[in-house]
Design a protein. Sequence first.
Length: 413
Amino acid sequence: MTVTEETDSPAAAQELLVTIGAGLLAGGISSVDVEDALTGLARTMGIRKLRVAALPRGLFLTSGSGDSTKFERIGPDLRFDQTAKLLDIVDALRARRLTIESAKLKIETEVHAAPPRWPGWLSNLGAVPIGIGLCLLLEPGLVNLAFAAFGSLIVAGVLAINGRWPNLNPLLPVSSAFIVSVIVLIGYRLDWLESPLRTIVATLALLLPGSAVVTGLTEISAGALSAGSSRLVSASVQLAMFIAGVAGAAAITGTGAEALRNSQLADSAWQLSALGVLCATIGLMLYLYTPLEHTVPIIVTIAAAATAQLGIGAEFGAAVGGLAGALAASLVAVILSRLPRGPIWRISYVPAFLIVAPGSFGLLNASQLEFGDGSGVAGSMLAAGATFFSIAIGTVIGAAVAHTVEPKDEIVA
């Protein structure tokens, strides 16, 4: 079925464009890609003077000089599977296989009203293999793994509570960081485990704002400084709340700076590292509701990132390893996005980023900013900044390449 003027009015076309744009933004697609996609779709629908401004939490759109400007507030975040389905509908519209009314109906029934592919409790339990897998990478001691597993169950419970009462979402970073850190630090004070900070990071890594960081860096690389900066500021605030939760737990338990140093006591053999990457990958796919048809591309991207990070990082340090991991993931995700039915760059890259970032030591050093003397703080700040920017550089390069190889009206991130 094709789009026709008899069945589809300009007002209906404008309304559909607003719905699609709001859905794409709720799916984490960058504002630049949303604007380009809507502009391309508008031409397909016969609208020649579309003006659109996409922001992280809102969308402004007008289809002509005499028409009123429509504003749509962005709703709850879409799951990865919902985003993938919405992108399929966009492709069908671009190819003129759908009318506006049929596309609108599909969005309502197959995107917004679509039930999750697996229950919410199973998605939340994805926190457990993620925590265990990252602990295998960071500190693979048996007791540390046990605490990571228990702490991940607490994280799953917090996620379930947040899903039922979304108004508690602002408390999620600091509360989860505080509760998990108190438990792990009590174990340290009782001499049950060593290197508690690595265990804390592995357990809480799932809650880090990885998707916002990736999208924000993508927007900045494409010139959307306002949208990208706002996302990065929001992500920085969330990270600061995590650090505050760890610091508060240290104060409550009477734990000094010596306990929160970036030290690894148990070496992670390559077999354990590979097992850790596999566990974390399974957990991320459960938690993010990744489309099953994109399983292989996601695994390939994560494997490339982990291999580059672990191999190069062991030789040249965390900052260079973070750059190598992010760059490898970016380029592999770009290549896979060019294959027939391949996922967009972001769907492959975000899970890899959520493994690369904790695998680097920037977050560990960032947590130490609350402790120690002036020289220790300066050193930790420098190391954290170097690692963060190394990962950011890899992400920006990948996003720039993705935008270069794709047509302007196609969605890449």
